[in-house]
Design a protein around this ligand. Structure first.
Ligand SMILES: Cc1cc2nc3c(=O)[nH]c(=O)nc-3n(C[C@H](O)[C@H](O)[C@H](O)COP(=O)(O)O)c2cc1C
Length: 332
């Protein structure tokens, strides 16, 4: 069974992917409850952390109940990355993850995120320095390569392992692909099949059904699956995959009661975390996802995303429960 440093994981663990503006503490807690074995924060700027920018620092908050949790940071400057390791350690995460995969222009143009795929030596030396600077396990999340002509992920993964990286999560796309096309898991399998590899190799990209996760486990032989978009508004994906692995059958989708309960708890946890105003405002983008697929829902959605006080949002949830409580999601 895979281990990240000393952290023992179950067979074929499911990891919640780091996602900007999505993987906040309340959402991570909900995913954890539904079976995610490891959760990650969204990426946090090392430059923001060392400037003590409030927005970056707030992203370091973690709940005890979500452990094991990884804090993900990005940057390309050695000093800033090392300083931010020290800041991150004060939040006592279980893992520090380095983002070498973000394809966004403003990140890449500074040589950070996937930008570093153009300079593998720097990627390796940064990782080495961070490993030497921290007692926590350092993991890496990256993509296959910069573009189709520069896929060297087998060599890259081995070099990262050799400088002390404790696990690698690989998104089966290049930077040039952004999010287009299908994720290609073949090069990830090559990484896993490299006889010199002994750290866990987690696959990422397009795991959106129990069958896809099974394929990643049995056909590709990877050590675990990292799940991103399929979990947005649907933390139940984790329990559904686990149930499928255990029984070979599909779990019924969450009931309306479970969906309303998730939305309610997400909002309440956000308010407890950030206060009423920010909690209400910043949770808007999350909870309407919980009700995807319900016909004639617009009026209720509008209420949820335009109300300024939590009492009105909670009242909207109650109305939804009353009106759609018997909605049969298997027919949706
Ligand atoms: C809204 C959103 C935000 C993301 N933010 C991050 C991030 O902060 N750090 C990171 O490493 N990847 C980020 N990603 C990429 C995901 O972690 C993941 O690699 C990608 O979505 C592919 O996996 P999926 O097909 O399961 O979604 C983000 C993806 C999405 C959709």
């Amino acid at each position: 069974m895979p281990k990240i440093g000393d952290i023992q994981l179950p067979d074929f663990p499911l990891l919640l992917a780091p996602m900007e503006d999505v993987s906040d503490p309340p959402f991570r807690a909900l995913c954890k409850e539904q079976g995610a074995d490891v959760v990650y924060t969204e990426f946090i700027s090392s430059e923001g952390l060392i400037r003590d920018a409030a927005k970056s620092v707030m992203k370091l908050d973690i709940y005890e109940k979500e452990r094991p949790v990884g804090i993900q940071i990005f940057g390309a400057n050695l000093d800033s990355m090392l300083q931010s390791v020290e800041i991150v350690e004060k939040s006592r995460p279980d893992i520090i993850d380095i983002n070498f995969g973000c394809p966004v222009k403003k990140v890449v143009s500074r040589g950070a995120g996937a930008g570093i795929l153009k300079d593998i030596d720097l990627m390796v030396s940064l990782t080495k320095a961070m490993v030497e600077h921290s007692n926590l396990p350092i993991t890496v999340k990256t993509r296959l390569g910069w573009d189709d002509d520069s896929i060297k992920i087998v060599e890259v993964a081995e070099r990262l392992q050799d400088v002390g990286c404790k696990a690698i999560s690989i998104h089966g796309r290049t930077r040039a692909q952004m999010y287009k096309g299908n994720a290609n898991w073949d090069p990830i399998r090559e990484v896993k099949n490299n006889p010199r590899m002994h750290i866990p190799v987690f696959g990422n990209g397009d795991v959106d059904t129990p069958e896809a996760a099974l394929k990643m486990r049995d056909e590709y032989g990877l050590d675990g699956a990292m799940i991103g978009r399929a979990s947005i508004g649907y933390p139940w994906i984790f329990r559904e995959i686990k149930h499928f692995f255990e029984t070979g059958t599909h779990l019924a989708p969450p009931t309306m009661e479970e969906r309303v309960d998730a939305a309610r708890r997400h909002l309440q946890m956000s308010i407890d975390w950030k206060g009423e105003i920010l909690g209400v405002f910043e949770t808007r983008r999350h909870y309407t996802n919980y009700f995807k697929g319900i016909p004639n829902f617009k009026e209720h959605r509008m209420k949820m995303v335009t109300s300024d006080d939590s009492a009105s949002v909670f009242a909207a949830f109650d109305e939804v429960m009353e009106k759609f409580g018997n909605h049969n999601f298997t027919l949706a």
